[in-house]
Design a protein around this ligand. Sequence first.
Ligand code: G3P
Ligand code: MG
Length: 257
Amino acid sequence: MDREKILLFGHRGARGEAPENTIAGCRRALSAGMDGIEVDVRVCRSGEVVVAHDATLTQITGRRLPVLAYSLVELKRLDVGASFSEAYRGERIPLLEEVLDNFGDKLILDLELKGKGIHAFGLEEKVIRLVHRRGLQDRVILSSFNPLILLKAASLDPTLRLGFNLLDDFWIGLRKIWFPRLLHSYSVHPEPSLMDEGMVKFARRREAKLIPWQVNEESDIRRALELGADGVISDFPTRLKRVYNEWCAEKRLPPSL
Ligand code: G3P
Ligand code: MG
C-alpha cells in the first residue's frame, strides 16, 4: 500500500491529559506514542516567543494576564500546572526554544502562530529564525487561522510547510475562497464538524494533507480515519493512539500506517 503514515498529534501538547502547552504535556504526547504535537505560540512583552494559547492567561492561571503586557521573567513566575491538577503544580510557560530543543528531534512540531489582524509583533520572523537556527525546517508545520500570518511566513521562507486552520464559523466560506488563491499550504486543519466528503475533496484538489484538530470523541477519530485523514490532532493522545491501533487492526493495516 503506497500510502504515507497517518500522523498522530497531541493538541496543545496533550491538553486533555496534562496542562496545555507545557513541557509536561508535550512529554505526555511523546510517551503516548504521538508522531507530533501542536502548540500555540505568541510574543510576550520582552519579545521572546512563548507557548500559550490565549492572549490573556485567565484559563490557565485564574488571573486576567495579557501575555503582551508581561515580560518573560514575569511570565516564568506563573504556575500553569496547578489549575489542571496538583500533580502538575510548578509547571511553567515554556519558551518556543524549549519545545524545539526538547522535542525537535523526536516529534513533528505543528506550531500554531497566534495573532489577530496584520500585526503579530514579529512572530513570523522570530519563529522562523528559531527553527532555522536548529535546522528543524523539515520537522515543523507553521499553522494559523490568520491568512496574513501565513502569507508573511511564506514570504520569509517559501520552503516551509504551512498548515491552514479552519473553524466552522461565519468566515468559513470566505476562508475557503481566499486560501487557495493566495497560498499553497502543505496541510488543511479543519475542526471535526467540518470533516466530510466535501472537505476531503477540498484538500485533495489542492494537494494538501488533511489533518483535523481537536478530534476527541472516539466516533470522530474513527470518522476522520475512515474519511482518509492524513493526520489527526487530539486533546487525548492516549485515546487517539488506542483507537488508531484498534482501527488499524480491524482494517488489517500495519500500525505503521
Ligand atoms: O490545530 C489547530 C488548533 O490548535 C486551533 O485551535 O484554538 O486550540 O488553537 P486552538
Ligand atoms: Mg492551536
